[in-house]
Design a protein around this ligand. Sequence first.
Ligand SMILES: NC(=O)c1ccc[n+]([C@@H]2O[C@H](COP(=O)([O-])OP(=O)(O)OC[C@H]3O[C@@H](n4cnc5c(N)ncnc54)[C@H](OP(=O)(O)O)[C@@H]3O)[C@@H](O)[C@H]2O)c1
Length: 314
Amino acid sequence: MKAVIFNEFGPSSVLKMADVQDPEPKDQEIQIRLAYTGVNPIDYKMRQGYLKDMMPYQFPIIPGWEGAGIVSKVGKGVRRAKVGDEVYGYFRLPEVHMGTYAQFIVVPEDLVVHTPKTLSLKEAAGIPLTALTAWQALFDFSKLQAHETVMVLGAAGGVGGMAVQMANWAKGTVYATASSEKHSYVLGMGAHKVFDYTQDDVQELLFAKEPHGVDVVVDCVGGETAKEAFSLVKKGGRVVSVVEHGIKELAPSGVEAGFIFVQPNRDQLHEIGALLDHKKLKVPEVAEFPLSDAASVQDKLETRRVKGKIVLKI
Ligand SMILES: NC(=O)c1ccc[n+]([C@@H]2O[C@H](COP(=O)([O-])OP(=O)(O)OC[C@H]3O[C@@H](n4cnc5c(N)ncnc54)[C@H](OP(=O)(O)O)[C@@H]3O)[C@@H](O)[C@H]2O)c1
């Protein structure tokens, strides 16, 4: 099969198109002919060696942790899908080796979910990783309740846009940060008020609306922004970061803070799919590029200015 691979950690020039042996499904595994892969910051971070001390890996590495396609083979004992089904998923495997920038992937059937009926494979491919991250940040970690207030830092990106939508669906009052040219996009995702973090005093503007701060802050940016989250949250509130590993140690007393690393979860992805089908959530803006553009697309994403999602057509 054709795949994008790399044989050493480094800049995007290490990415090459190559012919790789098709992976074959074993018992309880499914082979998927991928139509699209989602592209995420973890893809360029992994290529740079960010995870090398945290997860086992084997070169050559095919990047990519999410995608959508059609079931092409099933191993013995598979019950959840059959050949020809349209499926998607967050396909993080225990070893970093075979990813979704490829014509085929083989994954345990537990990671595979049927695509929402109303979505194309292109629309579905970029959903799983960001949607599960936002879900687990808001509902698993923060235990968001109806009518609470939420601030999403970095709302124009893949995770932030999903977090805004889900917080709105959960009947939260949603504040968000983005640069001004992306305000209409973030408002369209369901934010009640967006602040321009490049110009505004975000704390001052937020406190004019919420004098004690918000119940929950979701940080999708990290660094100084993650620290600033503590000036926006009320006493007794929660701060969750998907970027800053050490956020828990920075928390003042009376604020619960933590980093989350998104976990595959079939049931949650199924529920997210149902919300998409019922128009309670919508697909973010999706830009499509060919698989052969993987290197330039990773460079583009690394500028941290991309709005919505990018997918690669395989
Ligand atoms: N822990 C996990 O499990 C997990 C899962 C998924 C993602 N992540 C991480 O979460 C981060 C976000 O992921 P993503 O997919 O959402 O990335 P992304 O799509 O690349 O995010 C890009 C967006 O970030 C915004 N942005 C950049 N700097 C900002 C700032 N200082 N304040 C507010 N907005 C800012 C940009 O909007 P503007 O142009 O308006 O600034 C841009 O639209 C990445 O670091 C990623 O690795 C972690």
